[in-house]
Design a binder for this molecule. Structure first.
Ligand SMILES: NC(=O)c1ccc[n+]([C@@H]2O[C@H](COP(=O)([O-])OP(=O)(O)OC[C@H]3O[C@@H](n4cnc5c(N)ncnc54)[C@H](OP(=O)(O)O)[C@@H]3O)[C@@H](O)[C@H]2O)c1
Length: 165
């Protein structure tokens, strides 16, 4: 499995159940990476999507403990074990953990690769991604070119490898 996430200077990822920023170029990177693949998300991240619709052209899996929750066009699973069971027949490179905080924290250890867009700015945030630079099992494997938002804020994709998998 892979992780894909955008973080600010302090590894912040969200505020009040939404993303604190909008960076079209990074959204395109997210789309290019996940198109025709499987994306796994928590219920709160799913509900933040426009019109609360699953992402197009991807197999959407939503985690919730609510056994009555259902969404047309998405698969709903109620726990870590069910998720692992569900994805075991899918090529591991084709599964992306896409957030939010609780899902990243739970599944980080199961992921081989992480695509982290680091945004060089401090936003107001209330949710975080684990700082991979403080975890011994994650190593940077590639750094993409620096780009800039329309406001001139630099951002760069870092690829990390989990050396324990
Ligand atoms: N910067 C980025 O790249 C990025 C990406 C994605 C999300 N985000 C941000 O992250 C924030 C949301 O993070 P969050 O932690 O509050 O919410 P979340 O992880 O998106 O969803 C949390 C929900 O997922 C379900 N869940 C979590 N663990 C589960 C488990 N083990 N088994 C079954 N269900 C489980 C629960 O749903 P129930 O309550 O229904 O049981 C839980 O309330 C938002 O601000 C969002 O915008 C940022």
């Amino acid at each position: 499995m892979n992780i894909i996430v955008a973080v600010d200077k302090n590894w912040g990822i969200g505020d009040k159940d939404n993303m604190p920023w909008s960076i079209p170029e990074d959204m395109k990177f997210f789309k290019d990476m996940t198109i025709n693949k499987t994306v796994v998300m928590g219920r709160i991240t799913f509900l933040s999507f426009p019109k609360q619709l699953p992402l197009k052209n991807r197999q959407n899996i939503i985690l919730t403990r609510d056994e009555n929750f259902s969404v047309e066009g998405a698969i709903v699973v109620n726990g870590v074990k069910s998720l692992i069971e569900f994805v075991k027949d899918i090529n591991e490179d084709d599964v992306f953990i896409i957030g939010g905080q609780s899902i990243y924290q739970t599944f980080e250890k199961y992921c081989k690769k992480a695509y982290i867009t680091k945004i060089d700015y401090e936003y107001e945030v209330d949710t975080y991604f684990p700082n991979l630079d403080l975890l011994d099992h994650w190593e940077i494997s590639k750094i993409h070119d620096i780009k800039h938002t329309k406001d001139g804020i630099p951002f760069t994709v870092y690829e990390y490898i989990n050396t324990q998998i």
